[in-house]
Design a protein around this ligand. Sequence first.
Ligand SMILES: O=P(O)(O)OC[C@H]1O[C@](O)(COP(=O)(O)O)[C@@H](O)[C@@H]1O
Ligand SMILES: [Mn+2]
Length: 666
Amino acid sequence: MQYSQPEIMENLRYLKALSVQYPNVQAACTEIINLQAILNLPKGTEHFMSDLHGEYEAFNHILSNASGVIREKVDILFSKTLPAQERAVLATLIYYPEEKLKELKESTGDLEEWYRITLNRLIEVCRLVGSKYTRSKVRKALPCDFEYIIDELLHTNYDELNKETYYENIISTIIDIERADEFILALSNTIKRLVVDRLHIVGDIFDRGPRADIVMDSLMEHHCVDIQWGNHDILWMGAAAGSRTCIANVLNNSITYHNLEVVEIGYGINLRPLALFAAETYGTKDVSCFLPKLLESRYYNPKDVRLVACMHKAIAVILFKLEGQIILRNPSFQMEDRLLLDKIDYQRRTVRIGDRDYPLKDCDFATVDPQNPYQLTDEETLLMEQLKFSFLHSEKLQRHVQFLYSKGGMYKCCNHNLLFHGCIPLDRDGSFQQFDCEGKRLSGRAFLDYTEQLARQGYNAPPHSRERLRGKDFLWFLWCGRNSPLFGRDKITTFERLLVDDPSLWAEEKNPYYHFTAEEETCVRILREFGLDHPHAHIINGHVPVRSKDGETPVKANGRLIVIDGGFCRAYQPVTGIAGYTLVYNSHGIRIISHAPFDGARDAIRNNRDILSTSVIFETMENRIKVGEADEGQGIQENIQGLRMLLEAYRCGIIKETAKKSPGRR
Ligand SMILES: O=P(O)(O)OC[C@H]1O[C@](O)(COP(=O)(O)O)[C@@H](O)[C@@H]1O
Ligand SMILES: [Mn+2]
């Protein structure tokens, strides 16, 4: 006997609860065998992406094509029997079933034959991508309308003559009763769902690119996703929590890229009060320092651009004031050197930074009272109240931010990997940097846990409470505070970038983390800090664009650190030379897929054009990794232990067996 009677008695309540689900020896044994079998299956495939920055078209395409993996599966099955063009059409049908079906139906002669061939091909792809999972897991992934039929088709061995007829019959009936379109849709979705078991987003969904809200909608529909917050995400979370400083910062970022669509159309936030205030205050003034960054490929109305520049100036001045207030009321942030509004000499048109004076390109700040530079005027206060009201009452924004809170965190340990967006702050000597946290000195993992708690407090603590105010200030700190783990730089130079013509002042010194993690030893030390002591443990980061075009590789520190900011963001593609990475970790090992720029869904559907993706294998396992070796396996092992104990409780008569309820026939 594995368990003693006292041990069983100690766990009696748990065992009795378990016995409701597994009421007799037979039921417990069946489940033990099932679970044991799962432990021996290959581990599920994880995909990792970061720094999406609102690029919803490229992101949605990559979600649909599973970073190129679906095309690989289509090629495995059909490269010997189908020409490349037909494989491309089949792949596009899987990515965009609704749109592609419409187009194909218009151009196909014998529709019935086409349906038959296509359905057969889709079932084959589905069978291939489901082959590594248990039948039960695949069944759970099936859309309920077609669960039974797809399950039958996937598991019918059509080499046997009898079954072949049966199989063909099902397909004919589907076509006959005009359900083929729905069936194609269901199969395509099942394929997408099975190819990627779990998606990790390593931060920065928001800002720069056009529509982060559409990216969020897609993520919310995903079957299994987790998010490690990026500095840009936390900024929007702060705005949704009602921090005026974060709101001003969000608007400043969006306006910088002339990207008001996400704010106004995406989140329904009314920018009229800002436009009115800006036109009134800066309408006749020089706003040349505040011109937005424009895309060369788009036409902009010059009057609109001017108004946007006025709005930019209005919100930037408010931002500098509000940031000053946060810095003044939070000495622990140690950011006094960022107080610049009180260092302006309006006569000489200079600002003192450090111990030098620098000429200012613009210091016509009508709303700044030099005696009281950080105070908002009454009009600015009213404007910020209106904007705050809109942010707090945007139903969609609140829904998205709640999703970020529920699926996200500062870091995640998963299958021996440590995921976080920016850095684990280190000191100049490479040790974990200590922060003053309400009387305690915290560093490393304890500091990250503390920051996460404060980030949650900022959104969840009661309105006007001390905890909420502190949390909201902290959300701003996480966005751009000195050495914040999400920001990882010593200062943000928004003021200098806008107003001082000296690029040496725009530099933002990186935390020593970025220097020390070139060494494997530092990465191993960080991984240990998070309880990951394994030869195949890795750190996975986003945040810093990898200059792939200059030969930089995402894999660093002898393979212990992988940086996957590949530049989904168009504005950063000239820096990286590619258009994003996906890291794929399946049972065979780890590989990195780099994506070329995307020309839009329309072109993809019409011309069956895919994103060109190149894959580099970076770590191959000696043996296929099994579920038993992954995190999921631990939970399963625990369940097996419980069931074994239950089995003994039945066998030694401590718990009485009951007959299993009949599951009922379909
Ligand atoms: O290139 P942009 O869009 O003007 O933004 C520059 C700002 O963005 C930041 O790089 C932060 O964004 P990232 O997290 O993408 O690096 C700041 O450090 C910098 O001041
Ligand atoms: Mn970032």
